[in-house]
Design a protein. Structure first.
Length: 367
């Protein structure tokens, strides 16, 4: 038995996978490297979900996956379904017809399940990327329950900073798309954290204050405005599942001359700027370089015939390799996180430090 070090371990040891394979003789490590190189000299097919739910897919994940897969020896075919389930199915069929050796899929409204099933029927290994998909061989993402926990803890912290008791605060929720398994994990995390602080989180009890979830920013904005109106214009915090939904809520808050804690995640350009401007309580930085490298190394391992041991497992038994997220607040303790998030997105401090964010950037040393 042997343990092969992943390239991702150089990014973060916490995300490294443990790979084992039966072998014999003194040359087993060299042989495994040769096998891995041969296995990776094929076509890796990647389907991303859309561009609207978050800028990370095109600005972050696409180049990170392209670089990681090519560094692993693959030819990478990366396409985006652009929020169209029929298009995702068509892309999947075309990719499989082109001779994929491994398929990496980010689900969109359940279409990924059908794509993965077709791939598996043709003997093509499948990896769910960022969003869980029933029936795949492996799932690679962040610990999304922890992402939600950080969001819930952020709302509690920022309410406290504003002198508000979470137990009596008026909260409006903007959950993610209910067809996305990640949205359920985020909600599990922040619901648990908020409930522990005495906050009512049950949709049945909250009514209009917890509308149906979505990843469509425009719809999230409409939902928030309707919830705010139904609640008589009262709100002390907004539990938003990502930065896109948060930005939509902030636009409505601005229109009503309100400033309250708003959670988010993705560390998008707009999200970071809103945090630094004092309009958003926090965001969560998820280093997609780690997840992209993990997915590439996992693909190599699968095609090399290695047995992979992951650090988690989903409820349905799917092996899950989880990376750790980081909460970012407008404080000096988050400085390195902001720098890393900017670097991963190809941004500079100037991109997020203009206008109302400028003073805070100067204060914490982000330049």
């Amino acid at each position: 038995m042997f343990k092969r070090s992943f390239r991702v371990a150089a990014v973060t040891a916490a995300a490294a996978l443990v790979l084992t394979a039966c072998s014999s003789g003194e040359t087993e490590t060299a042989t495994s490297e040769e096998t891995a190189a041969a296995a990776a000299s094929g076509l890796a097919c990647v389907i991303l979900p859309d561009s609207a739910s978050s800028p990370r897919w095109e600005n972050g994940d696409r180049p990170a996956l392209q670089a990681a897969l090519e560094a692993g020896g693959f030819t990478a075919d990366i396409q985006n379904a652009e929020g169209d389930t029929a298009k995702m199915l068509t892309i999947g069929d075309q990719m499989l017809a082109s001779g994929c050796n491994v398929m990496i899929i980010t689900d969109y409204q359940g279409a990924g399940v059908q794509v993965a099933a077709k791939a598996k029927a043709q003997g093509v290994p499948t990896i769910a990327y960022d969003r869980p998909i029933a029936g795949v061989d492996y799932y690679v993402s962040f610990d999304n329950v922890t992402v939600g926990t950080l969001q819930g803890e952020g709302i509690i912290k920022c309410l406290g900073d504003a002198g508000k008791d979470p137990k009596t605060a008026e909260l409006i929720f903007l959950d993610g798309d209910p067809t996305d398994g990640n949205a359920a994990m985020f909600a599990e995390g922040y619901d648990t954290a908020l409930k522990a602080a005495g906050v009512e989180v049950a949709k049945s009890a909250l009514g209009a204050k917890r509308p149906d979830g979505t990843w469509d920013g425009a719809k999230a904005g409409t939902n928030f405005e309707q919830a705010l109106t139904a609640n008589g214009g009262k709100v002390d915090a907004v539990v938003s599942a990502n930065d896109t939904n948060a930005a939509s809520a902030i636009a409505i808050l601005d229109k009503n001359k309100l400033t309250v804690p708003v959670s988010g995640q993705d560390a998008s350009k707009e999200g970071m700027s809103n945090v630094l401007a004092g309009k958003q309580c926090m965001t969560v930085f998820k280093d997609y370089l780690v997840v992209a490298a993990t997915a590439a190394d996992l693909a190599i391992a699968i095609l090399s015939g290695e047995t992979v041991t992951t650090n988690k497992q989903l409820a349905d038994g799917t092996p899950f390799q989880a990376a750790d997220p980081q909460a970012l607040y407008a404080d000096a303790a988050s400085l390195e996180g902001f720098k890393a998030a900017l670097d991963r997105s190809g941004l500079t401090a100037a991109d997020v430090c203009s206008g109302a964010a400028a003073a805070k950037c100067t204060e914490i040393g982000l330049s």
